[in-house]
Design a binder for this molecule. Structure first.
Ligand code: F6R
Length: 608
């Protein structure tokens, strides 16, 4: 999505803005722009289509960039309104070129606002952000603070906005509703960012703005206002380490993140599971067990949604609790029937996904119990949820979510075990699963060392432009997540179906050009899925099996196989997903895709 970065202080803002944008780039990479202002009001204004490196080249080519622009705002864009071009790139300006604006979010009533403003002003872009800039000029009376306060009553939507004024060159005003905005304190000045990670290298402490709050930065100081009144807020020490490091021997950062999975799972379980006495000792989970939970509702988007679906099988099978999983954008469109005996679980890597965030607000407004499984510490969803567990997957930078999905799935297995033990005292069965969890890292290593075989198989499957990805029961959403990763990274069109649904329609599409990837490790439904595979093979069509080493049909049933270590059915979603991620990654690499930044996508979807 779009992200903003701003600075006021002792240093020249221009190189700081470029560096800040580089740290935010994975969140939107259609175009980038910045404006720096000197204390006499002179500006340095640059925009470029494409990556931040294109903007950096333009900035470096202009020697004026070396002057002392003590204030500046910058932006990376993920296009929402208007095509990807320079005109639509932020910062946007008022007609009198006095005010410059960067914006993350969507102004939903921009068309009505624009229609009125068009009577007076000519618009150069198709964006909703230019409307904000023109509206500031139109409604400005004596200061930016009161102007923006009034505008917050007029603008409908979600936004974090930073504005500079050439006539008050050492000032930045920021406002926020929905989209994130963080203020960073540093020895050299004040920074504003959509993302705390981008502040971690420059600021020693930070403050997170809440909805309808405003920050006014002036001469290296800042004040925060709410409803026109100055307020004081908690300042957090910067304890976040954000450094993607180098790629080392990996071919992409995404591959590097996949290889971090065994350690991430260590973070998830250590300190929460006691592998010695095979018990779960976590305060949050113990507190959760004090609630009378009769039902679980899981709400998430994208990969987090698939993780939620996988977890739902364990909540039902182990803990015996009915579960429903809903895509957050659909939850927002549906009638909400609050249930005070339900636990509402929100899954989000970023903790900022707009649909998940807004769903959480709806549930909270009805006083229902909310639980967040979030990776980014201090993010909006983490702050809003009544309870929660961090997924501790470290910073997940690259667009495709991998290690965090595994962490989410691990947390839901742990929650299910804890709820199961609290309700049913099935100690020996639960202990067997906990014992196996202790060995999961080794099983994952087995997958990670078989990458050369997965690579060979992936090469072969690059010849197809479509693929079905199928599974049954818990392996249905496991296949769904693999399917999502294949299409997202390789741009091959993949469809996910339940194995049993194949003959209810989709089978009509299968021919030698459309292979079926079946996720069918050993488990209680193995034989039924084998029957579905037989139906495809009876027509001599192509089947790639993600199967256990043990599989007695491995030599006669499949066109190709990717073998997973022998585990119980409970562990197999982990190993299948990791093998699926590696398969998707190599498909993409063989097709020469930018796996770290797939086209049209962005990390952290902060607009609905
Ligand atoms: C896919 C992917 C997305 C995210 C989705 C939700 O690889 O990364 O589908 O899973 O946008 O994001 P979070 O988990 O941040 O809410």
């Amino acid at each position: 999505m779009c992200w903003i970065f701003a600075y006021n202080g002792d240093k020249n803002s221009i190189p700081l803005l470029v560096d800040g944008l580089k740290d935010l780039e994975y969140r939107g990479y259609d175009s980038a722009g910045l404006i720096g202002i000197k204390s006499d009001g002179e500006v340095f204004f640059k925009k470029a289509v494409g990556r931040v490196s294109s903007l950096a080249t333009k900035v470096d080519a202009d020697t004026n960039s070396k002057w002392d622009y003590s204030t500046g705002i910058a932006h990376t864009r993920w296009a929402t309104h208007g095509i990807v071009n320079e005109e639509n790139t932020h910062p946007h300006t008022s007609a009198n070129e006095r005010f410059y604006v960067v914006h993350n979010g969507i102004i939903e009533n921009f068309k009505e606002l624009k229609a009125k403003l068009e009577e007076k002003y000519t618009f150069y872009s198709q964006t909703d952000t230019e409307v904000i800039a023109k509206l500031i000029e139109d409604s400005f009376e004596w200061d930016l603070r009161s102007t923006l306060e009034e505008m917050m009553k007029t603008m409908v939507g979600a936004y974090s906005i930073a504005v500079v004024d050439r006539e008050n060159p050492d000032t930045i005003v920021g406002i926020k509703l929905g989209s994130p905005m963080i203020v960073g304190e540093a020895d050299d000045g004040v920074y504003i960012s959509s993302d705390v990670n981008a502040l971690s290298k420059v600021a020693h402490s930070y403050v997170t703005l809440e909805d309808y709050e405003m920050v006014v930065v002036k001469d290296k100081q800042y004040k925060i206002y709410s409803a026109g009144e100055m307020i004081s807020k908690n300042v957090s020490e910067m304890d976040i380490e954000y450094d993607t490091g180098d790629m080392g021997n990996f071919s992409s950062f995404t591959e590097k993140e996949i290889f971090e999975i065994p350690e991430v799972l260590g973070n998830v379980f250590n300190g929460r599971i006691n592998f010695e006495d095979k018990s779960i000792g976590n305060e949050t989970l113990s507190e959760l067990n004090e609630h009378d939970i009769q039902r679980i509702e899981i709400i998430a988007s994208g990969s987090s949604y698939y993780a939620g679906l996988i977890g739902s099988y364990w909540f039902r099978d182990l803990a015996g609790i009915p579960v429903n999983v809903t895509i957050s954008s659909e939850f927002l469109c549906d009638t909400f029937l609050p249930d005070d005996k339900a636990l509402y679980v929100f899954l989000s890597q970023s903790g900022e996904t707009a649909d998940v965030r807004e769903s959480l607000k709806i549930v909270k407004a009805k006083w229902c119990l909310t639980f967040g499984i979030v990776n980014v510490v201090g993010s909006t969803i983490a702050r809003l949820a009544d309870m929660g567990l961090y997924s501790h997957a470290w910073v997940e930078v690259w667009v495709a979510s991998t290690k965090n999905v595994i962490a989410q799935v691990g947390i839901m297995l742990m929650m299910s075990l804890s709820m199961w033990l609290a309700r049913d005292l099935q100690y020996s069965k639960a202990r067997a699963i906990i014992e196996e969890l202790g060995w999961l890292g080794d099983k994952i290593h087995e997958v990670l060392i078989s990458t050369s075989h997965i690579h060979e198989v992936a090469k072969k499957y690059t010849q197809y432009s479509d693929m079905f990805v199928l599974g049954r029961n818990i392996f249905y959403p496991t296949a769904g997540e693999i399917s999502l990763k294949c299409k997202e990274l390789s741009y091959i069109h993949t469809e996910n179906y339940s194995a049993g649904e194949l003959k209810h329609g989709p089978l009509a599409l299968i021919d030698p050009e459309l292979p079926c990837l079946f996720v069918n490790p050993a488990g209680k439904h193995y034989v039924k899925t084998v029957s579905n595979i037989e139906e495809v093979r009876a027509r001599s069509w192509v089947v790639l099996g993600f199967i256990s080493k043990w599989d007695p049909r491995k030599d006669d049933l499949y066109t190709d196989t990717i073998e997973l270590p022998d585990t119980s059915e409970t562990m197999a979603p982990f190993t299948s997903l990791i093998a699926g991620y590696i398969f998707a990654l190599y498909l993409a690499q063989e097709l020469d895709r930018d796996v770290d930044k797939p086209k049209n996508l962005a990390k952290s979807v902060t607009v609905e």
